[in-house]
Design a protein around this ligand. Structure first.
Ligand SMILES: Nc1nc2c(ncn2[C@@H]2O[C@H](COP(=O)(O)OP(=O)(O)OP(=O)(O)O)[C@@H](O)[C@H]2O)c(=O)[nH]1
Ligand SMILES: [Mg+2]
Ligand SMILES: [Zn+2]
Length: 350
């Protein structure tokens, strides 16, 4: 079947379930469209959940209507869909509109890559999954994810996995000092995951996207959190300490709960690095409201890193009224500076 045929002719004017309607070439209104949430994208086919939060909630498969042009559709997008939305085997509907996104999580392959990848839409929390060992934790990667989350307006949760393999304390302490919530999980000898209750509590009622290096245990966590899920999990290569990217596309899964809005988790494929080419130093500073105010007193072009001779952040620390404030301000500024240094450095070395 030709691509054109597949894209257009076969489905454009299919009668809806409610019977036939006039065949017109342009129907901008699509008054009969149904709202859905994209829970998976695979080679031009979109898996949607429609009639969300009702007894009719179901999965359907859709393609994009040509009228969408080049608009990218990603996991988490809210879309309007027409055609056969029954979800019956073999049916295919058409996405005709993408709703405005509340948040957009982006990354670039590296800091010079002009090409932004949108990872997910409409998430409200970024869960940075980091293994205590196997693969080794890389704080610069964590920092980069934090920058991306702040920029996208997402809350941050750091989840340290594999604490059965190594002591996560130094990293846990470090990030807690920066006011980032940190949770830990481990695997018991029977394969079950410990520490889930606290993770569940943080995920409840929200849409959380899991990111991290390959092999850190994102899919293992998702499988444990959402019973009945069978995301493939992989092995970490003993020599390279790297996973082999077991998961290849993002998938959103509904968390189980006895109340309606149980929340969603989005499992994503492992990444090598988290490029921040789309985020400027100014945008990083903007993520720290109190420091952004102070930085307005910096000389023009100040990058605010520790080697800047006249950075107002140093004055701000020096002017602390007491020791406790000094410590707090120092931590805040260190944190910001680490993030800026991460952004200014080559991500391939992390
Ligand atoms: N010891 C230990 N192993 C774990 C733990 N969590 C996950 N693993 C193992 O780590 C390996 C990789 O886990 P995955 O869940 O596939 O990792 P992932 O982050 O989804 O990897 P990608 O899909 O490639 O990004 C699997 O062999 C898991 O069994 C843990 O807490 N402790
Ligand atoms: Mg995975
Ligand atoms: Zn400065």
């Amino acid at each position: 079947m030709s691509r054109r045929h597949w894209d257009e002719s076969q489905f454009t004017d299919r009668p809806s379930r409610r019977g036939s309607r006039p065949r017109t070439k342009v129907r901008p209104e699509h008054a009969d469209a149904v709202r859905g949430m994209v829970v998976g994208v695979d080679r031009g086919r979109y898996t949607l959940v429609v009639d969300l939060d009702t007894d009719d909630e179901r999965q359907i498969t859709a393609m994009r209507a040509r009228e969408l042009g080049r608009t990218r559709i990603v996991c988490g997008d809210r879309v309007d869909v027409v055609g056969d939305v029954s979800g019956d085997e073999g049916t295919l509907s058409r996405i005709v509109r993408v709703a405005e996104r509340t948040t957009v999580l982006r990354r670039t392959a590296d800091d010079t890559d002009p090409f932004e990848r949108v990872i997910v839409a409409n998430a409200d929390q970024l869960v940075i999954v980091t293994a205590s060992a196997d693969p080794e934790p890389r704080p610069r990667m964590i920092d980069r994810c934090v920058v991306a989350a702040y920029d996208a307006g997402l809350d941050v949760l750091l989840c340290m996995t594999k604490t059965d393999l190594a002591d996560p304390e130094p990293i846990v302490q470090f990030y807690r000092n920066l006011d980032i919530p940190v949770l830990t999980t481990s695997q018991a000898s029977d394969g079950s995951i410990d520490g889930l209750a606290a993770v569940r509590a943080q995920l409840s009622g929200r849409t959380s996207v899991f990111v991290g290096h390959s092999g850190v245990g994102k899919s293992t966590l998702v499988n444990a959190l959402v019973p009945g899920t069978d995301r493939a999990t992989g092995h970490v290569n003993a020599t390279t300490g790297r996973g082999r990217q077991t998961s290849t596309s993002a998938v959103a899964l509904r968390l189980p709960a006895d109340h309606v809005d149980s929340g969603w988790v989005i499992d994503t494929p492992g990444v090598r690095s988290f490029g921040l080419a789309h985020i400027s130093v100014d945008q990083i500073v903007a993520g720290f409201e109190d420091l952004a105010e102070v930085a307005t007193r910096c000389p023009r072009g100040c990058t605010h890193v520790a080697t800047e001779p006249e950075c107002a952040l140093d004055t701000w620390i020096a002017e602390s009224p007491d020791a406790e404030t000094t410590e707090y301000r120092t931590n805040r500024v260190d944190s910001l500076r680490r993030l800026i240094s991460s952004r200014l450095s080559d991500p391939t070395i992390n």
